[in-house]
Write a protein that binds this ligand. Structure first.
Ligand code: DER
Length: 251
């Protein structure tokens, strides 16, 4: 329950801070937190002119079920602002995304957006140490402090062409000997997860990542890797909602 209240608090604050009648085209992310943002948008009376661009089948369904106007990236190649979830966020607002296997379209929409804001639930345990407030956000999301090493909890999701997954696993092991990488298997069907784009997902745990942007660029050079679930230098503001309804805003 606490996490859901945190998601709602983050989502409602992000919508209220970033979506007003001056917006024309808004990107809608994927996952569970974004549901609250769509719910908040549905209740707004003065936003009926806004066109919403989805980032997945699930995202499009959310928009349609809220009776909001769905648009396509083809019709609206430039987007005013996109709201999306994230699996992890570091102090520089680099994100691991793709927990819902939607990061390929999400990154395309984010890249087409003037502004990207992230919403996530956290349960914060604030501890004072070394004369510096160090907050360790636990629960579904992790916000690293500046002093923390770039030790991510989630693996980095890689969208890969199905015919290449095995050779990519082999190349990853050769290039990053300490990596732990595996094909993401489905739970509600036999076999691997298939993305909205007909591809597979490899989850790769790299351990400490001194430069997420460098790693993302290196991975994109590997043939068969179509997109990397590291969003670097793309996010303007992150809203972290706690169970008590408070929201920690990082910009
Ligand atoms: O797949 C994705 O990138 C989603 O945005 C995911 O990272 C966040 O999902 P959540 O809101 O359910 O945590």
């Amino acid at each position: 329950v606490g996490i859901e209240q945190g998601k709602k608090a983050a989502a409602y604050r992000a919508v209220n801070d970033y979506i007003d009648s001056t917006r024309r085209v808004v990107g809608i992310g994927s996952g569970s937190t974004i549901r609250y943002a769509v719910d908040c948008l549905r209740q707004k009376q003065d936003l009926s002119h806004i066109v919403y661009i989805p980032t997945s089948f699930q995202s499009r369904q959310l928009i349609q079920q809220a009776n909001l106007t769905v648009g396509t990236l083809e019709q609206y190649p430039r987007i005013d602002v996109t709201i999306d979830g994230a699996d992890e966020v570091d102090p520089d607002l680099n994100c691991i995304k793709g927990g819902g296997a939607c990061h390929l379209q999400e990154k395309i929409i984010a890249y087409a957006s003037g502004t990207v804001v992230i919403i996530a639930a956290v349960s914060a345990i604030g501890t004072k140490c070394n004369e510096q407030h160090t907050y360790h956000f636990v629960g579904l999301k992790t916000l690293f402090t500046k002093s923390a090493s770039q030790q991510w909890t989630n693996g980095v999701p890689l969208e890969v062409l199905p015919m290449a997954y095995s050779t990519i696993l082999s190349h990853l092991k050769e290039k990053y000997p300490s990596v732990k990488a595996s094909l993401r298997m489905a739970t509600e069907k036999a076999g691997p997860v298939i993305t909205d784009n007909g591809n597979f997902v490899i989850d790769a745990h790299f351990g400490p990542i001194p430069s997420p942007a460098d790693l993302a660029n290196q991975l994109k050079l590997m043939p068969g890797i179509i997109e990397v679930g590291l969003f670097c230098n793309m996010v303007e503001t992150a809203f972290f909602g706690s169970a008590d309804g408070s929201v920690n805003i990082q910009a």
